[in-house]
Ligand binder design. Structure first.
Ligand code: ADP
Length: 444
């Protein structure tokens, strides 16, 4: 089998395995465990200048190749253009996007630096698979370096209609850059259709024909086992005792404005206000590790959430009941899986999301004899696939309140009827199948 070269903004730590590894590392585990592979990208460290020669670490058949980024490159490519311009635009949030020509130049510079450092490491028959919005231009830069290998690209986040994307200055140039890739993958048919139309509008009809929708998934059976084992652990027993028989509602999201957290909290507030019968009978645990904490908009969001949590708890708490438990720390995956299994309902209400793996994890974590209900945003890619969920418009807190009431009152029979097909779907569209389908398209 030919070697697979994965390129992503971040490269997993060679020491991270299984339970501690990040989402992409987990999703690609199958692909990299079956063949020679290289994982290339940013080391996560900054230096005075961007490195030109990668640091190599080899573990078995997998080589990690990482570059330190220069301070200025990091600010412009990563914080400025990737997180400040592209992320909001691709999530339909033009009001939050800012554009700076120097940031854009930094983005192109880093894509070029990656290509210059990677090209000498490539073998003629490698397949190269670049990931996500940080690397729109990598393929074009690799071609400039004379690379003739098959080049694939997967966009993990949504792609908006052209009318939205074209508001991004130089968006036309970025679409032309994408045309360097042989296969361009997205999460849903809607995203794929948007990208095809955008490419066609920019005169890239041929590239539009290379766009495919392949949904990312999880290792469902692995996650089910994690959840089964977690509920046996002493810390879960302690957690269950702390609920004193109250139904658990769970939310698990990075602290990001795409996740619709303020609207969700307001929805929960309305749920308690409109359905007072649930007061004191429900505990909502929201686990939200801080992300991109050095970006101003994320700091503002954090303050807004702190205030909402304080107000909701202040308004409804009883001496022996806090309606909303809110944690801004990361939690070990097995513990998260245990929370999910115990939860009677999950709130997964992003304003936009490429897929949303938490929704799939919640489904996989359920007890087949007594599954919980999933309240899911219709604007998450997962909504296209998890049809047994209670779909809501996350911008309407009233819909969240109604769905949560419905979830809490849902009889076992209905929960089973909704969960079974979702579990089948989560098993079927697994991480492994996602890798295989994409690589089949890339390698023919
Ligand atoms: P995104 O990639 O935008 O963060 P996803 O829902 O697709 O959203 O993936 C998030 C991943 O991160 C999931 O696998 C989820 O379990 C994990 N995760 C989210 N919150 C936490 C947390 N508090 N602790 C540990 N892992 C988390």
């Amino acid at each position: 089998m030919k070697r697979l070269v994965i390129v992503a903004n971040r490269v997993p730590d060679p020491k991270e395995r299984g339970a501690t590894a990040g989402g992409l590392a987990v999703a690609l585990q199958d692909a990299v465990s079956r063949r020679d592979a290289m994982w290339f990208g940013w080391s996560g460290r900054t230096a005075e200048a961007t490195a030109t020669v990668p640091e190599l670490v080899t573990r078995g058949r997998l080589t990690y190749a990482t570059l330190d980024l220069g301070e200025q490159n990091y600010r412009r490519y990563y914080q400025g253009f990737s997180n400040g311009s592209l992320w909001p635009t691709l999530h339909y949030r033009l009001g939050l996007a800012h554009f700076d020509r120097e940031d854009y130049a930094g983005y192109r510079e880093v894509n070029a630096a990656f290509a210059r450092a990677l090209a000498p490491l490539l073998r003629p028959d490698d397949a190269v698979w670049a990931h996500d919005f940080h690397l729109f231009r990598l393929g074009a830069e690799l071609r400039r370096q004379g690379c003739g290998q098959r080049l694939g690209f997967f966009l993990h986040v949504p792609f908006p209609p052209h009318a939205v994307f074209s508001a991004l200055p130089r968006g036309d140039e970025m679409l032309a850059d994408l045309a360097a890739y042989d296969v361009i993958g997205l999460q849903t048919e809607d995203d794929a259709a948007n990208l095809r139309a955008a490419l066609a509008t920019e005169g890239q009809e041929e590239a539009a024909g290379r766009v495919v929708a392949i949904p990312i998934g999880i290792d469902a059976d692995g996650f089910t086992k994690l959840a089964e084992r977690a509920v046996e652990k002493p810390d879960m027993a302690r957690f269950r005792r702390s609920l004193v028989g109250r139904a658990l509602v769970i939310g698990v999201d990075r602290l990001d404005y795409s996740k619709g957290l303020p609207q969700r909290f307001i929805g929960y507030d309305q749920f308690l206000a409109q359905y007072p019968g649930h007061r004191s009978r429900v505990s909502y645990l929201q686990v939200t590790p801080i992300s991109r904490g050095d970006v101003a908009q994320y700091q503002t969001l954090r303050r807004e959430l702190d205030e909402l949590v304080g107000r909701i708890n202040g308004d409804y708490a009883e001496p022996d009941w806090a309606p909303l438990r809110y944690m801004t720390r990361a939690v070990a995956r097995p513990t998260l899986a245990g929370f999910m299994r115990h939860a009677r309902a999950a709130l997964v209400t992003p304003l936009r999301d490429g897929m949303n793996l938490v929704a799939k994890e919640y489904v996989a974590a359920q007890d087949p004899a007594d599954p919980g209900a999933l309240v899911l945003s219709r604007f998450a890619g997962a909504a296209r696939y998890l049809t047994g969920a209670l779909l809501v418009n996350p911008l309407d807190p009233g819909e969240i309140a109604e769905a949560l009431d419905q979830a809490m009152a849902m009889p076992l029979e209905e929960r089973l009827a909704r969960w079974r097909p979702m579990m089948e779907e989560v098993r079927e569209s697994s991480a492994r199948n996602w890798c295989r389908a994409f690589l089949a398209a890339l390698e023919g």
